[in-house]
Design a protein around this ligand. Structure first.
Ligand SMILES: Nc1ncnc2c1ncn2[C@@H]1O[C@H](COP(=O)(O)OP(=O)(O)OP(=O)(O)O)[C@@H](O)[C@H]1O
Ligand SMILES: [Mg+2]
Length: 255
């Protein structure tokens, strides 16, 4: 492994109720790299990135964050997970806490900041996603796009070494999608290391260095974004990309 490798997974396998959901999946992301993961529903994309973060236990395989192994028997999984930001499709904000407290909770409890420092850090991150005026709001008072930007700000406040996104825009209305993608583009421009699961093909093609196409729990193909979208090697990748493009044009497709 080079020093520049941020997150690396080797030979991951995972079954649910005897059914193989990840089948020998290996992948790594280098410092400052943006990796896109695409693939049909049920391919195992969410399971994969949840395993990268230790949210889901593996059957076999190993995961490293920098030089530290998450899957080591004695790993301090909470400390390692605090170094990885995770953004969920459905935001996962604490609904009983105001935006301010959603942002400050981890800073106080995990980063052990005092109240003044936590507030300064939280306000800076909220400002970065354009929502400084929502400091005292409840999650229920936010639009989907605003809630997702708060969720991204909350993850960023922890100063993660890598950010994992699981379909961050798929629960949003079209207007909100743009506001979230704008924030993500700024992260890319700032050099953040990111793994993004998304059906937003144009966005992935634009921001990702490398793209992974998954199907049936395995990586079918991985390559530079331009190459994978325009001249994929596998027929299955071509069929998936063409199917998504046709769906965007409103045509009927066969899955
Ligand atoms: N907790 C679970 N218990 C049982 N089966 C599960 C669980 N989580 C996922 N699965 C199954 O594992 C497979 C992969 O699911 P996963 O959510 O990783 O797919 P995905 O690629 O993220 O799909 P989508 O695009 O719909 O989000 C699916 O068949 C799913 O039903
Ligand atoms: Mg999923």
């Amino acid at each position: 492994m080079t020093d520049a490798t941020r997150l690396r997974a080797e030979h991951l396998t995972k079954s649910f109720a005897g059914r193989r959901v990840l089948d020998d999946v290996s992948l790594s992301v280098a410092k400052g790299e943006v990796k896109g993961i695409i693939g049909p529903s049920g391919a195992g994309k969410s399971t994969l990135i949840r395993c990268l973060n230790g949210l889901e236990p593996l059957d076999t395989g190993r995961v490293w964050l920098g030089a530290d192994e998450l899957t080591a028997r004695k790993a301090d999984i909470d400390a390692l997970r605090a170094r990885i930001g995770f953004v969920f499709q459905d935001f996962n904000l604490f609904t009983h806490l105001r935006v301010a407290d959603n942002l400050m909770l981890g800073l106080r409890r995990v980063r052990k900041m005092d109240a003044v420092e936590a507030e300064r850090c939280a306000r800076a991150e909220l400002d970065r996603v354009g929502l400084a005026d929502k400091w005292q709001a409840w999650p229920a008072e936010l639009s989907g796009g605003q809630a997702q930007r708060v969720s991204i700000a909350r993850a960023l406040a922890m100063a993660p070494e890598v950010m994992l996104f699981d379909e961050p825009t798929s629960a949003l209305d079209p207007q909100s999608v743009g506001s979230v993608l704008r924030v993500m583009r700024e992260l890319v421009a700032g050099g953040m290391t990111m793994i993004i699961v998304s059906h937003e093909m144009a966005f992935i093609e634009a921001v990702a260095d490398d793209v992974v196409f998954m199907a049936d729990g395995a990586i079918v193909e991985e390559g530079p974004a331009g190459q994978l979208f325009n001249t994929p090697h596998a027929a299955a990748t071509r069929a998936f990309i063409d199917g998504i493009a046709a769906a965007h044009r409103g045509e009927a497709t066969t899955p």
